[in-house]
Design a binder for this molecule. Structure first.
Ligand SMILES: Cc1cc2nc3c(=O)[nH]c(=O)nc-3n(C[C@H](O)[C@H](O)[C@H](O)COP(=O)(O)OP(=O)(O)OC[C@H]3O[C@@H](n4cnc5c(N)ncnc54)[C@H](O)[C@@H]3O)c2cc1C
Ligand SMILES: NC(=O)c1ccc[n+]([C@@H]2O[C@H](COP(=O)([O-])OP(=O)(O)OC[C@H]3O[C@@H](n4cnc5c(N)ncnc54)[C@H](O)[C@@H]3O)[C@@H](O)[C@H]2O)c1
Length: 459
């Protein structure tokens, strides 16, 4: 008879589940991974990876326009979506294959079924039951549409990845990462794009940075409409129509995309019955070691609702495996100072505190250094695109507590500066570093005078 006793049962083979399983197996644990859908979860299949592929396509479209502007005798061609999506899928298929290889090499068992917790240490999947002293819930999240009439019309980010052509006229509803990213991609690939934001774009981010991003998106041609609260959607003879709180209606959209947030995959897993706490939105409640109140039941990644980013789920998983199986009883992820990039057009890169949050925490000791400039290529092309670079410093020694960048190339620029922030760098350390010329990033080590406080913008 098959032995279904393991050291670790992982429910969900997304970014967090896979990372935990592989690290635990490396420490010698016997691991089974239970996955109901496709290996790799959101990031690989309907998240970061296909999104970045589309972002590259959009960047290439923009680069062709710039090439023409600076004198190349080229006319930007339209993207062959079938060709490109085929390449995108082959790239994803290779990731699936590498995961399978890694599982086989590490002796990790993969069960393709829906997992459900029976009790601490007991999980059922299909017709089988598995036991282990440790169970990890890493079941992720899925798109959430607003509860308004017509909220079931149109598509969400999952549907975006099923598109095989740029819609002629598209309405995107939402104001977070996904709304900003998809509107930039579709605009660059030829869609007439309107973004309807309930309040302001990326409200959790540094306000000045999001103001600059909003301006830059508008300058590129995305119709970003803020303060637009959608109360209903309809399908009319000439396409989708959206109705707003004040009674106005916007109509004539060929496609409607909801980018209004995500909800955890925590229902039907037997969690509440086993004593695992869920918050009001259904997120699994964990402490800073990824432990639930039930001994041996852990959770991480998007299902816990904390910093829904792939590297966060991966890092939390590796720490958990190090703690449970690697002899590191204090291992836990430090959730502070996590950098991230919104792959908008242009990208926005951020780490640490916003200016507002820094002033709330550090009062008058906050000093802000900023520079806005026209990147060389844009100047050559006669474009008015501006880059923002902003350092938020606090304390008498001007420790850098926030870095906010908006503009071409900042997506690849931030990682190294995030190391500096995490290591506790001071403004003086930036000043002491000789610039690399001519680059955009040199501006970050050349800022001399602290500037005024950002007092807000009506966007
Ligand atoms: C459009 C989009 C773009 C994104 N872009 C980025 C980006 O650029 N950078 C970034 O860092 N993050 C990005 N993210 C976020 C990132 O994808 C998530 O933070 C990450 O995938 C979370 O990993 P996870 O392991 O928690 O969950 P997931 O990757 O969602 O994996 C959960 C897995 O659990 C499975 N599952 C669910 N219920 C069960 C069950 N009962 N039994 C068995 N299996 C189950 C699911 O099928 C899924 O495979 C993006 C997300 C989206 C939607
Ligand atoms: N580049 C990246 O790293 C990246 C990219 C995409 C997603 N993600 C992760 O995935 C998470 C989910 O992304 P997301 O964009 O779905 O969520 P989000 O939480 O970033 O944004 C959701 C947005 O929808 C708005 N909203 C909610 N209900 C609404 C309504 N009824 N009408 C209008 N607007 C409404 C919110 O105000 C918010 O602006 C992100 O928070 C992020 O952690 C990361």
């Amino acid at each position: 008879m098959k032995n279904n006793a393991f050291d670790l049962i992982v429910i969900g083979a997304g970014s967090g589940g896979i990372a935990t399983a592989v690290r635990a197996a490396r420490h010698g644990a016997r691991v089974v991974v239970i996955e109901t859908g496709t290996l790799g979860g959101t990031c690989v299949n309907v998240g970061c990876v296909p999104k970045k592929a589309m972002w590259f396509a959009a960047e290439l479209a923009e680069a062709q326009r710039i090439a023409r502007d600076v004198g190349f005798a080229s006319t930007p061609g339209a993207l062959d979506w079938h060709e490109f999506v085929g390449r995108r899928q082959r790239y994803i298929d290779n990731i699936h294959a590498s995961y399978r290889q890694r599982f086989a090499a590490s002796g990790i068992e993969l069960v393709n079924a829906r997992g459900r917790l029976l009790a601490a240490g007991r999980v059922v999947a299909g017709a089988e039951e598995f036991t282990a002293p440790h169970v990890l819930v890493a079941t992720g999240a899925r798109p959430l549409r607003p509860d308004v009439p017509g909220g079931d019309l149109g598509i969400d980010s999952d549907g975006f990845f099923a598109l095989r052509a740029a819609p002629r006229r598209v309405a995107i509803v939402g104001g977070g990462y996904i709304a900003a990213e998809l509107s930039g991609v579709l605009h660059a690939l030829g869609s007439d794009t309107t973004l309807f934001v309930r309040r302001r774009l990326l409200r959790e981010f540094d306000e000045e940075a999001t103001h600059v991003l909003t301006e830059s998106m508008r300058a590129r041609g995305v119709d970003v409409q803020t303060g637009r609260h959608v109360v209903a959607a309809r399908r009319e003879h000439d396409g989708y129509a959206l109705e707003f709180e004040a009674g106005e209606v916007a109509r004539g959209f060929d496609e409607l995309i909801w980018a209004t947030g995500r909800q955890p995959n925590s229902a039907g897993l037997g969690l509440a019955e086993a004593g695992v706490g869920l918050d009001a939105q259904g997120y699994v409640v964990v402490d800073d070691r990824q432990d639930t109140p039930v001994a041996g039941v852990h959770a991480l990644g998007d299902v816990t609702g904390r910093l829904a980013l792939t590297p966060v789920a991966i890092a939390a998983g590796r720490k958990l495996a190090d703690r449970l199986f690697g002899g590191e009883p204090d291992a836990r992820l430090d959730y502070d100072g996590v950098p991230s990039v919104v792959f908008a057009h242009p990208p926005l890169a951020t780490v640490g505190l916003s200016e507002h949050e820094a002033r709330r925490r550090h009062g008058d000791s906050v000093r802000v250094y900023r520079v806005r400039f026209r990147p060389m290529l844009d100047a050559l092309a006669g474009l008015e695109h501006r880059t923002l670079m902003k350092l938020v410093c606090a304390g008498s020694d001007e420790r850098v507590v926030g870095i906010h960048l908006v503009g071409a190339g900042v997506d690849e620029m931030l990682q190294g500066f995030a190391v500096a922030l995490k290591a506790g760098a001071r403004k003086a350390d930036f000043d002491a570093t000789v610039a690399i010329h001519p680059t955009g990033s040199e501006e970050l080590v050349l800022m001399s005078e602290p500037g005024h406080a950002f007092v807000g913008a009506a966007n």
